[in-house]
Design a protein around this ligand. Structure first.
Ligand code: GLN
Length: 423
């Protein structure tokens, strides 16, 4: 079995539509009725959901065949797909290197041609990072455009399910199928002015007249090779009639810290359900319920998940709540304001998706802080609930580079248009 998948399957379509004959790989934190959904965790190794996530229902109704559940960092916590309890996934576009994460299996399946398209989830970059590292396209939709019903929650206020595909048009076509309100997820809503007829039709590459802002803060930490690819892609956009200008988003300097406090806090609450009673294997432990819960979690959770539950619990605890969680929420509001102000002057913002090329396998495992810092360019978008796309923008000796375009809320069609000028 390919190392992109945790479970291979062949779930037949229930209807016929734009995805007739299309194979889709689905990240293993998105519920599939009758097919185990592990979240990359030993805790859920045998968990088989009794229902489909809304996005899966929509895929099947549109004619798609689900070919497998893809490998991922445990519960979405990571940037390399190496925290999976099911072992690592290699990067088909840069063998020996990580495919990015946490939706690394989905990106690898698309890059290797093992599925036509794939779904991932993006809490702080988990669709865009693997798209960039594997040389494919990834879209993180505006918060509320795509239903999270059936997505196993990591940090609800930040995450969206999003498409991965070899081309912008194919990614947009997948977005067409999954986007739109769902009565089972009260955070979904119609875009102002309604859903466009088709996001895929916007992939016409017609960018003449568009203004592209380049936040200086998001270029600062980038590797030289990444920067060169990025500058070449910007030049290409200018050749096609866009203007580019430098802009400043001072608040993004706080984004990684704010993101990790908020994400870990939400995770500590969400993961409380894995106690061997509601979810997770039952335990034989003697003693009181505290001992029983601890025994299940000791066995079932990996190191990164434990670290985050502990830190999140600490950040939310009495006495520390004001110091960490509240401050992170203030920073989040500031990031939102900064983006709003930038979009008064420009149509889209561009940056490298990841400041670095794909890591060598094993490289980042000993240094979680280094791994968190690699998310500097992706997490501000989740904090601000905005849409973004990552498109391939060349390669360094160490692997593919992605260019990220960020748009105003529900500006997906513009991102598809601009992205399709490059890929
Ligand atoms: N790398 C980030 C994290 O570990 C993003 C993960 C994600 O988007 N699920 O939290």
């Amino acid at each position: 079995m390919s190392d992109a998948f945790i479970t291979e399957t062949a779930v037949e379509p229930t209807g016929s539509g734009p995805l007739d004959g299309v194979t889709v790989a689905v990240k293993d934190n998105i519920s599939t009725a009758g097919v185990r959904t592990t979240c990359g965790s030993a805790m859920l190794a045998d968990y088989v959901p009794p229902y489909d996530a809304t996005v899966v229902e929509r895929l099947k109704a549109a004619g798609a065949t689900v070919v497998g559940k893809t490998n991922m960092d445990e519960f979405g916590m990571g940037t390399t797909t190496e925290t999976s309890a099911f072992g690592p996934t290699d990067n088909p576009a840069a063998p020996g290197r990580v495919p990015g994460g946490s939706s690394g299996g989905s990106a690898a399946a698309v890059a290797a041609g093992e599925a036509d398209v794939a779904l991932g989830s993006d809490t702080g970059g988990s669709v865009r990072c693997p798209a960039a590292f594997c040389g494919v396209v990834g879209i993180k939709p505006t918060y509320g455009l795509v239903s999270r019903y059936g997505l196993v929650a990591y940090a609800n206020s930040l995450e969206q399910i999003g498409p991965l595909a070899p081309t912008v048009e194919a990614a947009a076509g997948l977005l067409d199928v999954i986007a739109g309100p769902d009565e089972r997820d009260a955070t979904t809503r119609e875009p102002p002015g309604g859903l466009p007829e088709s996001y895929a039709d916007a992939a016409d590459g017609d960018v003449a007249g568009l203004t592209v802002g380049v936040p200086t803060e998001l270029l600062e930490g980038a590797d030289d090779g990444v920067r060169e690819c990025f500058e070449d892609a910007l030049a290409e956009l200018r050749d096609r009639g866009t203007t580019t200008e430098a802009v400043s988003l001072p608040s993004v300097e706080t984004a990684v810290q704010a993101y990790y406090v908020i994400a870990m806090s939400e995770a500590s609450s969400n993961l409380a359900r894995f106690d061997g009673v509601r979810y997770g294997p039952a335990t034989e432990a003697d003693g009181d319920w505290n001992d029983a819960f601890a025994a299940v979690r000791e066995e079932g959770f990996g190191e990164e998940v434990k670290r985050r539950v502990l830190l999140g619990t600490y950040a939310l605890s009495a006495g520390y709540h004001d110091k960490y969680y509240e401050q992170a929420q203030d920073a989040r509001a500031w990031v939102k304001q900064d983006f709003d102000a930038a979009f008064e002057d420009v149509d889209v913002l561009a940056s490298p998706t990841m400041p670095v090329p794909p890591f060598e396998r094993g490289e980042s495992l000993d240094d979680p802080l280094q791994m968190y810092l690699a998310d500097a360019n992706t997490v501000p978008v989740n904090l601000a609930n905005l849409p973004a796309i990552s498109v391939p923008a060349g390669e360094t000796d160490e692997g593919p580079v992605g260019l990220q375009l960020v748009g105003p809320a529900f500006g997906e069609a513009t991102l598809v248009r601009a992205g399709s000028a490059l890929a």
